[in-house]
Design a protein around this ligand. Structure first.
Ligand code: GRF
Length: 192
């Protein structure tokens, strides 16, 4: 089985969906470590509860993004990590990191890329007034919210939709789609 890591900065609801899928044996891969740039991330608590190793990498202790990513890649190598899953990781990966795990880094974005990149995608799509938005899972390259698309699932914006209801519906789709894609990737059914 392949070994993977999750990188998360915040709430970790996608991490939770991944942990649940592992428990149900829907993902046949080992989640060896959860890495965060935020020591207060709820994602870390979720990992600890499931007895998954955690590593906190404090951005303040590094001169540059590359130095920080070097430290993270070193940790990942020490855990024998084959592929990396970004789940609400709020940092842009350096080219160094991307090269170290070329075509082996997945990200989930709560909009239909290439529309509505950035940290407020659900809100931006809602305010724009789109009738269809959705969720994208993609390979990570050097650019932000960019790289070959692996899977997309549309979400229709309903007539009486509020931002809150749309967020909830998008997250629900994320929590289903991401474990499915990770499962396929872990089996070697995705090639990029
Ligand atoms: C998700 O909406 C994901 O698409 C985006 O960041 C959010 C992370 O949420 N990249 P969580 O930490 O997994 O709850």
């Amino acid at each position: 089985m392949k070994n993977f890591a999750v990188l998360a900065s915040g709430k970790g609801s996608n991490l939770q969906a991944i942990l649940n899928a592992i428990k149900k044996k829907k993902i046949k891969a080992n989640l060896n470590v959860v890495v965060s740039d935020n020591r207060n991330a709820l994602a870390l608590k979720r990992a600890i509860k499931e007895k998954i190793a955690t590593v906190v990498v404090d951005p303040k202790s590094f001169k540059s993004r590359k130095d920080m990513d070097k430290a993270i890649v070193k940790e990942l190598k020490s855990f024998g990590i084959d592929f990396v899953v970004l789940a609400g990781y709020m940092r842009i990966l350096s080219p160094y990191f991307v090269k170290a795990y070329k075509n082996k880094i997945l990200n989930i974005h709560p909009a239909l890329l290439p529309s509505f990149k950035g940290a407020h995608a659900i809100r931006d799509a809602f305010r724009y007034g789109v009738k269809t938005t959705g969720v994208t899972v993609h390979f990570v390259d050097e650019k932000v919210d960019h790289g070959p698309v692996i899977a997309q699932e549309p979400v229709q914006v309903r007539n009486k939709e509020t931002l809150k209801s749309l967020e909830a519906r998008i997250h629900k789709v994320e929590h289903k789609l991401y474990p499915e894609v990770i499962s396929r990737f872990a089996k070697g059914h995705l090639n990029e």
